[in-house]
Design a protein around this ligand. Structure first.
Ligand SMILES: [Cu+2]
Length: 103
């Protein structure tokens, strides 16, 4: 488990998704660290940003898969659900116009 934290796409542009979750049960900075490390342990997760005050967690991920994010949080005791309308595809890398199939 521990050795597969980062998957580097080789020389290709990647479609990155920003996934917004509502996570309850986190109340202190140690919860934030716990949630962050639980999510970062999953494949393709590049960045996790936790907002303690409004309960939102933004995950930047190389896929738009969300089921395992939510499952990992629930398993750790933090009830989580997808924030409405909150998976956004972000094209990384430059130079390609819309409709381009190079990803
Ligand atoms: Cu806590």
């Amino acid at each position: 488990m521990a050795s597969l934290l980062f998957i580097n796409p080789i020389g290709k542009e990647t479609n990155i998704s920003e996934i917004n979750l509502n996570v309850s049960g986190k109340t202190c900075s140690s919860c934030v660290r716990h949630v962050t490390s639980a999510l970062k342990a999953l494949d393709g997760v590049e960045d996790v940003s936790v907002d303690l005050i409004d309960g939102k967690v933004k995950v930047t991920r190389a896929t738009d898969k969300i089921e395992d994010l939510i499952a990992a949080l629930i398993e750790d005791g933090y009830p989580a659900q997808l924030d409405a309308d909150s998976v956004t595809q972000v094209k990384q890398g430059g130079g390609c116009g819309s409709g381009c199939k190079c990803s």
